[in-house]
Structure formats: C-alpha cells, structure tokens
Design a protein around this ligand. Structure first.
Ligand SMILES: C[S@@+](CC[C@H](N)C(=O)[O-])C[C@H]1O[C@@H](n2cnc3c(N)ncnc32)[C@H](O)[C@@H]1O
Length: 249
C-alpha cells in the first residue's frame, strides 16, 4: 500500500499534553510505514473513530473485548491507571466512567494526532492526563501505577519494540498491581479465522502473525517466575486476555 498523504505533526504548543518538559518522541518507522493509514492520516483517524468501524475490525467483538478488559480493571477503579496507547471508539470513555473519585487515568501515545483526537473525544477533566510518550520508553517512575492496560497494541509492534513495551508496562506497575493485555491469539485449527486472518495480517498488520507464534509472557524481558500470569481465550481462540500480576513484595 503506497503512502501518499503527509502525516500531521502537531506543534508542541498545540498538543493537549499535561507534561511538556521533555524531548518528545518521533513517530517510529514501523508506525509511519505500516500504520499511517490507521493512525496518522487525519482523514483516516476521522473514519476509524467510529464505533461501528472498530467493531467491524474485531468481527463484532469490540464491546465484548472492551468490557473484558474493563471488568478486569474493576467496576470502580481506584488509584492510578495507565492506558498504553489510544484506542478508537469508546474504550477510554468507558474506562474513565469507572474511575472512583480521586482516581486518575493516564494515557500515552506516540502519535500527536491520536492524543489530539482523544482530547477531543474526552474533553478535559481533572482525572485524565495525556502524555506524548513511546510505550517502549515510558517516562514514569518505577511502580507508579496500580494497573496498566494494553488493548490491541502488542500485535502492532515489531518484536523488539513489543518486548520493550511489555517490560516498561511491567516496570511502572506497583507490587501487587496488574497489567491487563487484550490482543489477538492463534485460533484453534478448526476455527475459520485460523486461515482467514493470516492473509489479512500479511497485507495490513505485518507484526501480528508472530504474536500468534507464542505466549504474551514469552515477550516479557522481565523474569515472570514470581508473577501470576492468567490467560483466557475467546471467539474460538482468536482473542486473548492475559493478566499479569506483580508479586506483592
Ligand atoms: C492501541 S493500538 C491499536 C488499537 C486498536 N486497533 C483500536 O481499536 O484503536 C493503536 C495506537 O497505538 C499507538 N502506538 C503505536 N506504537 C506506539 C508506541 N511505541 N508508543 C505509544 N503508542 C504507540 C498508535 O499511535 C495508535 O494510536
């Protein structure tokens, strides 16, 4: 697919950020080359930012998968939650609705246009904080979040970045805190999507197939021996939820 449209790079002043005193990350090559049509082009952002579109991409399972992740995070969410990368549709609004008084949600993304889009979608509020950061190099302190969520990000990352992002997500959650991952998974051999998805991935999502090749935990650079790792699969195994909980000590 040829890249024909210039990518919008917002100026630092026009970005709706809560922290601006650092060198902002550049758009990585893998994103610009493979996902400009999904996340960087303004007209495409407008198109994808519809519930029915994201639902179609997930074969009608968007709300189900969103609610799986949210249920794991709690009906009333306390403390600090980190959403690593923006998500189209009502994922973040529904997450924000669950915040208890005094709780806060931080969202990072590497694409300025995605942060601008999220701010337009959410408006401003004291409990929502947006950050222009790379998931592979988060600028938060160790153990500074009660939980973090990665919703369909890992399959879009090249292997090395995926490993770094997982390591960073685990670094910033506190002892006893958890990381919730929802993403693709290799379906059982009897499921039609086992054969339908590879050509789609090879055309549109070049890093997704190798996520199928192993367990999410295998990508972790952190030794997970003392962590609890719970995996569940859905829709014939096309999707998975993995919850990684840090030990208390
Ligand atoms: C969460 S993923 C996929 C979400 C899902 N397909 C949806 O329904 O929107 C997409 C987001 O990840 C962001 N992203 C990609 N690489 C990133 C990185 N290294 N750091 C932070 N955000 C990143 C993109 O800019 C995009 O906003």
């Amino acid at each position: 697919m040829g890249k024909t449209v210039a990518i919008e790079i917002a100026s630092p002043d026009s970005l709706p950020l809560d922290d601006t005193d650092y060198v902002r990350p550049a758009i990585p090559d893998y994103l610009e080359k493979n996902y400009w049509w999904a996340y960087l082009n303004p007209r495409c952002v407008e198109f994808f930012e519809h519930q029915w579109v994201v639902n179609l991409i997930l074969w009608g399972n968007f709300s189900f998968l969103r609610d799986l992740a949210l249920a794991e995070m709690g009906t009333e969410i306390n403390g600090r939650t980190l959403q690593i990368a923006c998500v189209y549709g009502d994922f973040t609004p529904k997450l924000a609705q669950r915040l208890a008084p005094g709780a806060r949600l931080d969202v990072v993304d590497i694409a300025p246009i995605q942060l601008t889009n999220l701010r337009e979608k959410m408006g401003s509020g004291p409990n929502l904080h947006l950050h222009h950061q790379d998931a592979a190099h988060l600028r938060f302190e160790d153990a500074s979040f009660d939980q973090a969520v990665l919703f369909f990000l890992l399959h879009e990352l090249p292997a090395e970045v995926r490993t770094q992002a997982l390591g960073e997500a685990l670094r910033v959650i506190r002892p006893g805190g958890k990381l919730v991952v929802v993403d693709y998974h290799r379906p059982s051999p009897l499921h039609p999507h086992r054969y339908l998805m590879p050509p789609i991935f090879m055309t549109l999502e070049p890093f997704a197939l190798d996520l199928w090749g192993g367990e999410i935990a295998d990508w972790s650079p952190v030794d997970l021996t003392d962590f609890s790792v719970d995996k569940s699969t859905y829709f014939g195994g096309l999707y998975q939820k993995v919850v990684i909980r840090r030990p208390d000590h």
